[in-house]
Design a protein. Structure first.
Length: 31
């Protein structure tokens, strides 16, 4: 259970990073 929780947190973190990257790319292109 703990291992699954860790993996879920990792996935959430990675998704957040990808989202941030997308936002940054759109922002830099918009400017």
């Amino acid at each position: 259970m703990c291992e699954t929780y860790e993996k879920t947190k990792m996935l959430e973190y990675l998704t957040l990073l990808i989202d941030m990257d997308e936002i940054l790319v759109h922002y830099t292109k918009g400017v």
